[in-house]
Design a protein around this ligand. Structure first.
Ligand code: RTP
Ligand code: MG
Length: 139
């Protein structure tokens, strides 16, 4: 299996609930290497651009408001089969449906405030990582 990269955010709910350390520990314990890491806050404009793919969905406005409501952690991660394995580690979008032991099951509040983001393809992982990090911020 090829080593590849994914992109994640620890969302405002998990940051304000004090879960940054536990979630980063779950991520590195699962074998993901941190390539880039940043503590920042999205403007509404930033969040709208990041989630532009969901522009026509009914939850888009609330999602943009939520994602810009407080600081987040952004990170690029590397591992064999990174995109698929990371989505397994975080669990289903709705924490009520997420498998036991997954990050969303343990730390999410709701289908919207669901603790973490995970890229859904290699191509989107690169686009999303480049949204936050320049070449000299990747190690
Ligand atoms: P993400 O992109 O954040 O990793 O989440 P995902 O792939 O599991 O889910 P996606 O369908 O891409 O939705 C993006 C984010 O929008 C919020 N959402 N709210 N209220 C709702 O019904 C609803 N559905 C989705 C969640 O924050 C979700 O992670
Ligand atoms: Mg998604």
């Amino acid at each position: 299996m090829a080593t590849n990269r994914t992109f994640t955010m620890i969302k405002p709910d998990a940051v304000s609930n004090g879960h940054i350390g536990a979630i980063l520990n779950d991520i590195t314990s699962a074998g993901f290497k941190i390539i880039a890491l940043k503590y920042t806050q999205l403007t509404e404009e930033n969040a709208g651009a990041f989630y532009a793919v969901h522009k026509e969905r009914p939850f888009y406005g609330d999602l943009v408001t939520f994602m810009s409501s407080g600081p987040i952690i952004a990170a690029i991660l590397e591992k064999d089969n990174a995109v698929e394995d990371f989505r397994k580690l975080i669990g289903a979008t709705n924490p009520a449906e997420a498998a036991k032991g997954t990050i969303r099951k343990k730390y999410a509040e709701s289908i919207e405030a669901n603790a973490v983001h995970g890229s859904d393809s290699d191509e989107n992982a690169e686009i999303e990582g480049s949204f936050f990090f320049s070449q000299i911020e990747r190690f």
